[in-house]
Design a protein around this ligand. Structure first.
Ligand code: PLP
Length: 286
């Protein structure tokens, strides 16, 4: 079946979707996006994804209609008859004048692409991710810190560093030298039965999955807190994991060649992985 995408109110074959040459997201990275996962035809935490994008859009002066965005996402999934899907919503500030001037951008562009979700191999969840610390720093003071902008260059470069080093992922520190986040996920460390994660102010994207962990963990009688975390604390931790909407919870078992804990996914991480799956099933039941 030919893949159908949503572009500014129309459902069209993907190869017919055209973005104007003067689009400011294409030219300058002035746009926002969300990557979501649909289970059983339903996007998990759709409202939270749309709310995060809408908040950033307000800060960037991009006009969005949240109901329209929600419908565009759900209609694209239906149109493509998808059950388990990876859904990308992109909102660009739109076309503007050749001389950069945001006031000339009058009509945002909305694009939704939904593709079949192919499960990540189970053996990767069983061995866990290896990672390095990226040479790139997150800037917690940047005006776009905390936004998922279409300028994803730092994340792509960090991923490339990881690939070149032969590991699965790279971790960003922030300008103060504290842990921020991974190239496309949030990080959590576990020591003495308590979980900690970098503070929102540390230059991270406040992940939707991170919020789920913060909300779910106390219900499992596990302590969780946000903190400024030093990089040395990673290899001192008993367990570590990362989260994002696509991977859910992925154990991290190695940093720069040093094992974290026993070098295998630990019991609390595994408990959370199971609890997360159960929550998803509950929330996406139709
Ligand atoms: C830089 C970055 N941090 C964190 C996350 C995790 O966010 P979420 O849980 O909302 O998928 C992502 C998601 O892709 C990301 O790109």
């Amino acid at each position: 079946m030919e893949e159908i995408v949503y572009l500014n109110g129309a459902m069209i074959p993907r190869n017919e979707a055209k973005i104007p040459a003067m689009d400011y997201s294409f030219l300058f990275g002035y746009g926002l996006f969300e990557t979501m996962r649909a289970y059983n035809g339903v996007v998990f935490r759709l409202d939270s994804h749309i709310a995060r994008l809408a908040k950033s859009a307000l800060g960037l002066g991009i006009a969005v209609d949240t109901n329209l965005l929600k419908n565009a996402v759900t209609d694209t999934i239906k149109m493509n008859e998808l059950i388990d899907a990876r859904v990308r919503l992109t909102v660009s500030v739109g076309e503007g004048s050749p001389v950069p001037d945001l006031r000339t951008c009058q009509r945002p562009i909305v694009l939704v692409v939904a593709t079949k979700y192919c499960l990540y191999p189970q053996e990767i969840y069983e061995r866990g991710f290896s990672m390095i610390i990226s040479t790139i720093r997150r800037n917690s003071q940047s005006p776009v810190s905390g936004m998922k902008t279409t300028n994803y260059m730092e994340s792509l470069l960090a991923r490339q560093e990881a690939k070149n080093a032969g590991v699965d992922d790279a971790l960003f520190l922030n300008e103060k030298g504290h842990i921020a986040e991974n190239s496309a996920s949030n990080i959590f460390l576990i020591s003495e039965n308590a979980i900690m994660t970098p503070r929102r102010e540390s230059g991270i994207l406040p992940g939707i999955t991170r919020d789920v962990i913060l909300e779910m963990t106390p219900q499992l009688s596990i302590t969780i807190f946000e903190a400024d975390i030093r990089p040395e604390e990673i290899v001192e931790a008993e367990e570590a994991f990362l989260t994002n909407s696509i991977l859910e919870i992925m154990p991290i078992t190695n940093l720069g060649g040093k094992a974290i804990g026993d070098g295998i996914p630990g019991p609390i991480t595994r408990q959370l992985m199971t609890a997360y799956k159960k929550l998803v099933i509950r929330e996406t039941r139709q």
